[in-house]
Design a protein around this ligand. Structure first.
Ligand code: SAM
Length: 324
């Protein structure tokens, strides 16, 4: 079991497989991806070794993320390799849904258990303004295909933005009336690159929480490998609502997640000052014991919480860099 000094256990790994992204979301990469040349992302074998070591220390759930993970051609092989790892019960992905209708069948066949699609607006023009892409229809079709294929958990990530999609609450609620998805509003987090955007657009999720409770929504109990959202359900709705409020008190107290970046660095927090390089321990299968010792030792330096309240987002310039 991986446990830190504060008694938190880590059952959930967020594994980035590329930092390249093709969207230009206003809060993340508004100018588009500008990567450094010559970077090489984790290979399939390296990914398999990461998954094996984490599973051996109690990880049961792996989320594949990025950048945009679907930009990697070997994604179905990656899903299958993580899924085959003894001890891993759930393989999830977070994607912007780019070409989702073309991809989702192969991902499901490879063993994908859970699908998170980022959809910041249900208004095609607003979606375009936020992401730089006219693809809302396609993303929604891909999501429906994921549901039809029987992928057990389908979630939507919606970054909540003041004077923008905060006006769409009723539209989102109407949309999940008959849709078995959990729609999670994520408060915009401040990163090294988006300070000005954050100051203009950040909005607490508390207002939505109050509205939901007034309208009869009730909190859903939390599982040990659950993500960071507080979830709410309502008897009239097939869908659920989640709220991810990183600025709320005690957000870090339930942290159960560790992250590996696409170049093989361990991040103890999304807002760490820097990653801890472990790629040299991913080169051979016989390095597993050493890798596990590295993970246990490094966990000792995990802090009790992030310092976002002080405007300190560590070394994180944007979330695509680490895998948000
Ligand atoms: N490209 C994939 C996607 O769009 O889902 C995966 C990577 S993206 C960094 C993961 C999630 O982080 C997305 O839902 C995105 O909207 C969210 N995100 C990115 N920057 C954020 C920020 N500054 N604050 C809150 N959420 C953010």
């Amino acid at each position: 079991m991986l446990q830190d000094h504060f008694g938190r256990e880590f059952h959930y790994l967020r594994l980035s497989i590329t930092d390249v992204c093709n969207f230009r979301c206003t809060y993340c990469l508004p100018e588009g991806y500008r990567g450094e040349a010559g970077k090489s992302f984790l290979t399939l074998d390296e990914i398999r070794r990461v998954a094996t070591a984490f599973a051996a220390t109690g990880t049961t759930k792996v989320r594949i993320t990025g950048g945009e993970p679907s930009l990697r051609r070997d994604l179905p092989d990656i899903i299958a390799a993580v899924k085959r790892t003894p001890g891993i019960r759930q393989v999830a992905i977070t994607t912007n849904g780019y070409k989702l209708p073309q991809h989702i069948d192969a991902w499901a066949a490879a063993g994908l258990d859970a699908l998170n699609v980022s959809i910041d607006s249900l208004d095609p023009a607003q979606f375009h303004a936020i992401t730089g892409h006219q693809r809302l229809r396609e993303v929604l079709d891909g999501l429906d295909r994921g549901i039809a294929l029987g992928i057990g958990r389908v979630k939507v990530n919606t970054v909540l933005m003041r004077d923008c999609n905060d006006r769409e609450l009723d539209r989102f609620l109407a949309w999940i009336l008959d849709k078995p998805v959990t729609l999670r509003f994520i408060e915009v987090m401040q990163t090294g690159d988006n300070g000005e955007f954050y100051r203009r657009r950040h909005l607490s999720g508390e207002g939505i929480k109050r509205t939901l409770i007034e309208r009869g929504w009730t909190p859903t109990p939390r599982a040990t490998d659950a993500g960071p959202a507080q979830e709410f359900q309502h008897a009239d709705y097939r869908g659920r609502i989640g709220l991810i409020m990183p600025y709320s008190k005690d957000f870090c107290a339930t942290c159960n997640r560790l992250r590996i970046s696409a170049i093989g660095q361990l991040y103890l927090c999304l807002f760490s000052e820097q990653g801890l390089d472990l790629r040299h321990l991913l080169q051979r299968d016989d390095q597993q014991a050493e890798l596990i010792t590295f993970l246990r030792n490094r966990l000792a330096s995990k802090k009790i919480g992030h310092s976002l309240h002080d405007g300190d987002s560590g070394g994180t310039r944007h979330l695509a860099m680490i895998g948000g």
